[in-house]
Ligand binder design. Structure first.
Ligand SMILES: [Zn+2]
Length: 278
């Protein structure tokens, strides 16, 4: 689904996403450690406002994927995000591992998650991102049946692609993620299992900018995944600022929500897969 052109004669598209797992990262895995919940709360109290300020400064629209329990704990957050001109997408009920659920349970949780976000924000989410990107054999069928426009949990390409169900085109667009373009992969810390950041903020900035530059040269999509409780720190938020500054300076770029990118990918004339992208 690589479009032959982007809106506004942009050379490429930049799709920024922020996964607001917050407390559900702890609660969804069965934990109740208050210290870890406090760390998660940083994402909401500091990370999200900092990100929203930066996006407003650069007049950039983005997508925020929010577990329903996160939205119930603080309904003002998704409302503020929507008021900032950004998209809200489904990200599970409590950041559960979808791949462990039976079909009926998964369907019920997906419906409830979507409905909670709609009730709180007044906007019906059209995008789905599985928590931990773990999909069950039923997930895509359910996402398509429930009328979502796109999924953003899989890694089979760098440009958007159409998902196939039982051999038939589903009409569902995949806006692909990748661990290579995920801040948490490089910068996360955990005591158990022991996980240390393995890249510096400078290295993460370089990787993100190289991803963007290659997408710009190819006329493709650069999609990034960030987490307010990972990138929202004083020593890290500049990574996002550098990406935005670099993107604006490089040339015409379409910074758009995943929803807008998916819609464009579905409807715009495409580059044939046999044609080189450069
Ligand atoms: Zn998540």
């Amino acid at each position: 689904m690589a479009p032959a052109a982007w809106p506004g004669n942009a050379r490429c598209a930049l799709a920024l996403s922020f996964d607001c797992d917050h407390e559900t990262a702890e609660l969804g895995s069965g934990g109740q450690a208050v210290g870890r919940l406090g760390w998660a709360e940083f994402g909401r109290r500091v990370g999200v406002p900092r990100i929203l300020n930066l996006l407003a400064h650069h007049q950039a629209s983005a997508s925020f994927f929010i577990p329903a329990v996160t939205a119930l704990l603080d309904p003002d957050e998704p409302r503020r995000i929507v008021e900032g001109g950004h998209e809200i997408g489904v990200h599970g009920w409590i950041h559960e591992n979808t791949s462990t659920l039976d079909e009926a349970t998964e369907r019920a949780m997906l419906v409830r998650s979507r409905d909670v976000l709609e009730q709180i924000t007044g906007q019906r989410p059209t995008g789905h991102r599985a928590a931990q990107w773990d999909l069950s054999p039923h997930t895509i069928k359910l996402v398509a049946e429930l009328g979502f426009a796109y999924d953003s949990s899989m890694m089979a390409d760098e440009d958007c692609y159409e998902l196939v169900l039982d051999g038939a085109a589903s009409g569902l667009v995949e806006v692909p993620v990748d661990w290579v373009r995920d801040d948490a992969v490089y910068l996360s810390f955990n005591r158990t299992p022991p996980t240390r950041p393995y890249a510096s903020p400078e290295q993460v900035r370089d990787i993100f900018i190289r991803e963007f530059d290659a997408a710009f040269d190819e006329g493709g999509l650069c999609q990034l995944v960030m987490h307010p409780f990972v990138i929202g720190y004083r020593s890290r938020i500049w990574i996002l600022e550098e990406v935005l500054r670099h993107a604006r300076a490089r040339g015409p770029v379409w910074i758009a929500s995943h929803q807008a990118v998916a819609k464009h990918a579905l409807t715009a004339p495409r580059v044939r897969s046999s044609e080189p992208r450069i």
